[in-house]
Every structure is written in structure tokens, then in C-alpha cells.
Design a protein around this ligand. Structure first.
Ligand SMILES: [Fe+2]
Ligand SMILES: [Fe+2]
Length: 216
């Protein structure tokens, strides 16, 4: 992309640095129960996980969005687990927090878009084009990729990733709704991941502590 073209949203450098530090610590925690996380991490570095947006148009639609959104989910998960005393395993919190949206890697390409600036002139700003070459569905794809890349998930972790989108992925389908509710009754991790994902998306991802909004 042309160096001159900027995104309307930019994640603060210090937020990215905090995310990197937390990620490295959590990889160490996951490694205690899943030694092959090292190979997984090597593969992850070859994807756009650290640079991709969290979404094409909505939350953190800017470079590093997916990585920083995942960091925010981890923050919320850890706080909820501690304050509610739910006793979820540290490695599980780290694994589902960082990788629940793994389905979002390698599906966005930078595609500048046109908009009018404050002087009513057309300018180009950063944007994304979406192409999912393996459209397995959101949570299902994350779960498939984690397993395919060799991470053995516990039942709680599998339930959490599968149901993290909550009612929005269920609609009026009785069977899916019943599975989601059953999962949330049985697994605090599953319920916490959904709630943490919402809190990250609607609070932490848009916080002025995290992002700079550029006006053109
Ligand atoms: Fe998600
Ligand atoms: Fe998410």
C-alpha cells in the first residue's frame, strides 16, 4: 500500500507493546500443558495474525486489530475469572483468549477506500477487502484450525471456542441455542469467553487508551 495512505483508526504503540508482552508470557503458560505450542507459534508468525484487523469495518478495523482485540479478551477473561472465582485454568484462559478468533487470519487484504475529507475533497484512506478461502464458519473454523495445527484442546476449551459468539450465531435454531445454553451451564470458561469477547469488543477495543482516531 502507498506509504501516504493512513487508516482512520490507529492502535497506540504502547498498547501493541503491552499485548506483545502479555502474549509472550501466556505462550509460556500454555507451553506447560501443550509443549507443541512452539510449532504452533512458528506457524502463527507466518500468518497475518499480528497485523490483521479484528474486522473489515467494525471493531479495530486497522493494522494489529485482531492481535490487540485478542489481548483485550485475555485481560477481561483474567479479571472475570479472578473476581468471580470461577477457577478456570490459566492455560485455558490464555489459549481461548488469544486464539478464539483464529478464523480471522489470512482473509483480509489491504484495499484503500475513497472518502471525502473535511475540505470536501476525495482522498484515499486505509481499508480492507475480504476473501475467505476456507469458509467453514466463524467459531467452527477457529476450532478446526487449532486442532489442525496440533493443539489438543480440553473439552472446556472446545466448548468455549465453539460458543464464543453467543446468541448472534444461534438465531432461531433451537438445537444450537440449546447446545449453547447447555455449554454455558456446564462450563464457566465457555460463558466467560463470550462475555469477555463482548466486553473487549464494545469497551476495551474502542477505548481512547487503545486507539487514536484520525480525522481527515
Ligand atoms: Fe469471534
Ligand atoms: Fe473475539
Amino acid at each position: 500500500m502507498n506509504e501516504e495512505i493512513k487508516f482512520e483508526l490507529e492502535i497506540k504503540q504502547e498498547e501493541i507493546e503491552k499485548a506483545v508482552k502479555s502474549f509472550n508470557e501466556d505462550i509460556g503458560i500454555i507451553a506447560q500443558s501443550r509443549p507443541n505450542i512452539t510449532e504452533f507459534e512458528e506457524w502463527l508468525k507466518k500468518t497475518d495474525y499480528f497485523e490483521a484487523p479484528a474486522s473489515g469495518r467494525y471493531h479495530l478495523s486497522c493494522p494489529h486489530g485482531l492481535f490487540v482485540h485478542s489481548y483485550h479478551v485475555v485481560i477481561a477473561l483474567k479479571k472475570m475469572n479472578e473476581s468471580l472465582g470461577t477457577g478456570c485454568r490459566e492455560d485455558s484462559i490464555a489459549l481461548v483468549g488469544w486464539f478464539h478468533d483464529l478464523c480471522k487470519v489470512n482473509r483480509m487484504t489491504v484495499a484503500p477506500k475513497w472518502k471525502k475529507d473535511k475540505n470536501d475533497r476525495w482522498i484515499q484512506v486505509g481499508g480492507y477487502a475480504f476473501e475467505d478461502k476456507f469458509p467453514l464458519g466463524h467459531a467452527t473454523k477457529s476450532l478446526y484450525m487449532l486442532m489442525k495445527k496440533g493443539l489438543q484442546l480440553t473439552k472446556d476449551e472446545a466448548l468455549a471456542v465453539t460458543h464464543h459468539m453467543g446468541p448472534s450465531a444461534v438465531g432461531n435454531n433451537f438445537e444450537l441455542k440449546s447446545a449453547m445454553e447447555n455449554s454455558w451451564e456446564r462450563s464457566p470458561l465457555s460463558l466467560l469467553l463470550h462475555e469477555a469477547d463482548l466486553f473487549a469488543t464494545y469497551q476495551l477495543d474502542i477505548s481512547e487508551d487503545c486507539v487514536i482516531k484520525h480525522k481527515f
